[in-house]
Design a protein. Structure first.
Length: 101
């Protein structure tokens, strides 16, 4: 089992939704949007696929056996298949774009 990785958005301005979709589609991925309100939680679970996720608005914190990963707009999480994880949405809610690799 490999570890999750986070790539922080480096530009001063957060990315647009269109830019994030363009990046994912350019990698041959088929992204989908989802959002949650402040404080919503996902219980621990795992997927049989590698998840690629961008935080587009707000914030969300993922917890895995190897640590916590807080995402802000533009941050990208790579979550290998089979890693148990839970998540808590930040105070301002969250909008994410994700795809299976």
């Amino acid at each position: 089992m490999t570890e999750p990785t986070v790539a922080r958005w480096s530009d001063k301005a957060p990315p647009t939704s269109e830019l994030l979709e363009t990046i994912m589609r350019g990698e041959g991925l088929t992204p989908r949007w989802w959002s949650n309100g402040p404080g919503e939680e996902y219980a621990s679970h795992e997927h049989g696929y590698h998840k690629v996720l961008y935080c587009a608005q707000g914030s969300i914190t993922f917890a895995t056996p190897s640590g916590e990963y807080e995402l802000a707009p533009g941050d990208r999480l790579e979550l290998p298949a089979g890693i148990p994880h839970s998540a808590v949405v930040g105070d301002g809610g969250v909008k994410c774009l994700e795809a299976e690799r």
